[in-house]
Design a protein around this ligand. Structure first.
Ligand SMILES: Nc1ncnc2c1ncn2[C@@H]1O[C@H](COP(=O)(O)OP(=O)(O)OP(=O)(O)O)[C@@H](O)[C@H]1O
Length: 235
């Protein structure tokens, strides 16, 4: 049974058809990428999978459950583009607070060290750099020892060193059996990390396969992306 199954998902915001018809299945232990131009519906899709938005149509199951099943709160870790953390909270306080919400949390100090935040534990959120905020949001997604991790733009704002560290961490958690869904704009990230990729365009899946299969006949994943997708509409 797939860990995540999305069938004919639809979501509309007023007059905007953000997601028209998205279907895919993510297998256990996979790193599954969602790739697509700005506004293609990637974030909306993962927000529906994470129960942060209610779909207008279609079916989603996560670990065989409805996404809104409270049992999933401790099984699914979500890192979103906006963390919404309070400015005055320190890194250590945020990690301890989140760890306290789970039955079997990870060692948050070790996680902070893995993400290069060991010397930032006493620093308030407001005083972190963009990359440090991003690393904290990744740590918070993983602190509950989830079985599924949903990472939206994992490496946005990270320098090349931090990006490599984040990739190593994602591989390490996958090697521990965690299933990962990764929204990304970086072709290199998709190619290096993802086992399979769904390419979204205007709210629909236009291609799905391994990076090698998607690239075949196009020269590079970048070229495949350009030929498979269209420019985003002007908002
Ligand atoms: N809360 C909202 N209210 C209204 N429209 C929204 C909302 N969130 C997203 N949209 C619109 O829905 C469409 C899909 O947006 P979404 O953020 O899901 O795309 P995306 O593929 O994640 O884009 P990006 O790569 O730019 O992050 C876009 O046209 C966007 O403007």
């Amino acid at each position: 049974m797939p860990v995540i199954e999305v069938k004919h998902l639809r979501k509309r915001y007023g007059a905007t058809d953000a997601v028209r018809d998205v279907s895919f299945a993510v297998d256990a232990g996979e790193i599954f990428g969602l790739l697509g131009p700005n506004g293609a519906g990637k974030t909306t899709t993962v927000e529906c999978v994470s129960a942060l938005r209610v779909p207008d149509g279609g079916d989603i199951s996560v670990l065989g459950r409805d996404p809104r099943d409270p049992e999933l709160r401790s099984l699914v870790g979500v890192q979103l583009q906006e963390s919404g953390l309070q400015d005055k909270l320190t890194v250590g306080e945020a990690l301890a607070l989140y760890a306290g919400c789970y039955r079997a949390p990870a060692d948050w100090r070790a996680l902070a060290a893995e993400l290069g935040l060991a010397d930032r534990l006493r620093v308030r959120y407001a005083n972190l750099s963009g990359g440090q905020k991003q690393r904290l949001s990744i740590a918070l997604a993983l602190v509950g020892n989830p079985r599924v991790a949903i990472l939206d733009e994992l490496s946005t704002g990270l320098d090349p060193h931090a990006r490599r560290d984040a990739w190593s961490l994602v591989r390490a958690i996958r090697d521990r059996g965690v299933t990962v869904v990764l929204v990304t704009h970086l072709m290199e990230e998709a190619e290096r990390l993802c086992d399979r990729i769904a390419v979204l365009d205007h709210g629909e899946v236009v291609a799905l396969g391994t990076p090698a299969a998607l690239t075949a006949g196009h020269g590079s994943l970048d070229d495949a992306f350009i030929s498979l997708t269209t420019r985003p509409r002007e908002e």
